[in-house]
Design a protein around this ligand. Sequence first.
Ligand code: NAP
Length: 244
Amino acid sequence: MSDKKVALVTGASRGIGKAIAEKKKKNGANVVVNYNKDEKEAVAVVEEIKKNGAEGVAVKADISNFEECAAMAEVINKKFGHLDILVNNAGALADKTLKNMTKEQWGLVINTNLNGTFNVTKNAFPLIRDGGRIINISSIIGISGNFGQTNYAASKAGIIGFTKSLAKELGKRRITVNAVAPGFIETHMTKNVPFIRKKIMMAMVPLGRAGLPEDVASLVGFLASDKAGYITGEVICVDGGLSF
Ligand code: NAP
């Protein structure tokens, strides 16, 4: 088995996760591309990774399901034997005001975003080598809250608490744990935001544009690198200045 660094990126079939997986490939790491539904896109990401001489594998696992996450960890163990970088990126939305939100919409978002972060990290944990990196994708909504997003905001705020606590637990092993909080990023997740709402939001962004998946991937790439070894327990926004 190769001693090369191994990264697991959840929800890497598209959007921010795909950009992160492709950045890892450029840094020479072997990459595990997790997906839930879109096998075709996940396999395409793996093909790109292989073109750069790194190894890649697409692994289907619904992160809201603990057993599927255990099975994913077993695949990684058999193929690579260890893990160095874990990026908990996969996430879901089901926006409604609390008045109109169903128990199912609450459950979907909490089970995917917050319980999913636990399910993946808990099962991957025995594979993570000393000096490793855990990067959790939160959101500025987890810091500020947002109209119609009580479920999403609670899940993303929970990820911040999880990050800070785990950073304290893992410091002795030089494993850093940080959260990244994107603002408005152009992906499938935000494609249905009405034009007028987007225009109003962009007017509030000092840098005057929506973010791209690569803007988030650049920070994740840095946090995963050896250069970021003295940064842990942090929440770093990538939002063009929207939240300061
Ligand atoms: P996206 O384009 O909708 O992609 C979501 C990814 O998550 C897909 O690869 C999807 O894979 C995967 N996924 C969803 N549910 C899953 C599950 N149960 N198990 C495994 N994978 C699952 O979203 P994105 O904008 O790139 O978002 C990525 C992360 O950034 C999320 O955590 C999101 O909350 C966060 N974020 C995004 C923004 C934004 O403006 N876009 C802002 C702040 C934070 P399949 O299609 O294969 O299921």
